[in-house]
Design a protein around this ligand. Structure first.
Ligand code: HEM
Length: 415
């Protein structure tokens, strides 16, 4: 947008994300002219917009100085949005040291590279089945039929949640992350929708906890149900919040990387050809897809003391929003940052954050993306859009709700 100026740019209004996708031109302007920018607008509480890679690292690596808060991300003021002090969930992302580390340790060993590696065969089978299910047609909605199902199936399996309940998990997860999108709202205000979804999640997980305490199994639900923090059982609210976090965090993000990844391959046919010709590129391709799509738009932190960042004075209590997709186009870090390049190595993107809150599910997300794109590259001969994509109304997670595609598919054995 040639007319963008620092006084007028808008990087927060969710309707703009629906219409135009990510505001990359605005972020580029900010990185160049005001990388630590006091964003003061009529429609939101003011905050520092942090848009450069190096500054996001500086902030994220000082969890005592820049603390996680009850509110996770900056929003515009709109009717029904919960007030900042309202604690819908109490989970890792709004905890701080030392409590944060103690809680993270409850399940972290289930997400290490070795633990995730053990799931590979299973994730591959789920990816295959999903592609099988669309194989005898030539058109589908890639979001609802493939990319949304993959992470949901994987995390639900890890929890030991029966297949018959997966669809409900999907609906509740949408209702919590897409709370500001009309398609996912179920009547009432945003706050009412969130509270209703939380209630249903909590009721479901309470039964799961009860069951696993009586009949422990080797699954994530049992690890949580029997988990201890400082030798104590987890309090009910924190325990149920933990379940909800793992379901939600694992779903929306990986779904949007998968959809955005195929969208990028459709828009860059030479990259699609490269990947099809050389399947060994799937690792670097998955990493580039994560950089390129950067599904999490922002998380916020609050300064606990007066300090300075990139020459700007930050006061105690100031809120900082870390814009990860902007860091992932930073000209100081990436050669040709606006080129989608499945061979890009190294690829020091920040799509999973960094430091204290670095994404717990990063290894799992990588595995899921590698498996689905390996399958897609092997079996999809031609693919194109069959209609316009529909974006989610959110400036927190960059979501694509629908992506109709037309394709030609090879049978599994021919792949
Ligand atoms: C492409 C997919 C994903 C992306 C882009 C993503 C991104 C992120 C980001 C940006 C953070 C915050 C980092 C920070 O504040 O420094 C985060 C945290 C987290 N993610 Fe992911 N994530 C993805 C997939 C997953 C999956 C599959 C899970 C699995 C359950 C997961 C679970 C979590 C959890 C539990 C946290 C909180 C960690 C903490 O506060 O200690 N994520 N993720």
């Amino acid at each position: 947008m040639a007319t963008s100026t620092l006084d007028t740019i808008d990087i927060l209004t969710p309707d703009l994300y629906v219409e135009r996708g990510y505001p990359h031109e605005e972020w580029t302007l900010l990185r160049r002219e005001a990388p630590v920018f006091w964003y003061e607008r009529e429609n939101c509480a003011p905050f520092w917009a942090i848009t450069r890679h190096a500054d996001i690292i500086t902030v994220s690596r000082q969890p005592e100085l820049f603390r996680a808060t009850q509110r996770l991300f900056a929003t515009i003021d709109e009717p029904g949005v919960p007030p900042p002090e309202e604690a819908l969930l109490r989970q890792l992302l709004n905890m701080n040291p030392p409590e944060h580390g103690a809680y993270r340790a409850v399940v972290s060993r289930r997400f290490t590279p070795a633990a995730v590696h053990r799931l590979a065969g299973h994730v591959q089978e789920i990816a295959r089945q999903l592609i099988d299910e669309i194989a005898d047609r030539e058109e589908c909605d890639f979001v609802t039929e493939v990319s949304a199902k993959l992470p949901l199936a994987v995390i639900a399996e890890m929890f030991g949640i029966p297949r018959s309940d997966w669809q409900m998990m999907f609906r509740l997860s949408n209702a919590m992350i897409g709370a500001t999108d009309p398609e996912y709202m179920r009547g009432g205000t945003i706050m009412e929708g969130l509270q209703q979804a939380r209630l249903e999640f909590f009721q479901y997980f309470s039964h799961l906890v009860e069951d696993r305490r009586k009949n422990p199994r080797d699954d994530l639900a049992t690890a949580l149900a029997l988990g201890r923090v400082n030798s104590e059982e987890l309090p009910a609210f924190e325990l149920l919040s933990y379940f909800a976090l793992l379901i939600i965090a694992g779903n929306e993000t990986t779904r949007n990387a998968t959809t955005g990844g195929l969208f990028a391959l459709i828009n860059n046919p030479e990259q699609w050809e490269l990947l099809k010709r050389d399947p060994s590129l799937v690792r670097s391709a998955a990493e580039e897809i994560i950089r390129w799509t950067s599904p999490v738009i922002q998380f916020i932190r609050a300064a606990t003391a007066d300090t300075e960042l990139h020459g700007r004075k930050i006061r105690e209590g100031d809120v900082l929003a870390l814009f990860y997709p902007s860091a992932n186009r930073d000209e100081d870090v990436f050669d040709h940052p606006f080129k989608f390049d499945v061979r890009r190595t190294p690829n020091y993107h920040l799509a999973f954050g960094i430091g204290e809150h670095f994404c717990l599910g990063a290894n799992l997300a990588r595995l899921e993306l590698q498996m689905i794109f390996r399958e897609i590259a092997a079996r999809l001969d031609q693919v194109e859009l069959a209609g316009p994509i529909a974006r989610m109304r959110s400036s927190f997670v960059g979501g694509i709700k629908h992506m109709p595609i037309r394709y030609k598919m090879r049978a599994r054995s021919a792949a």
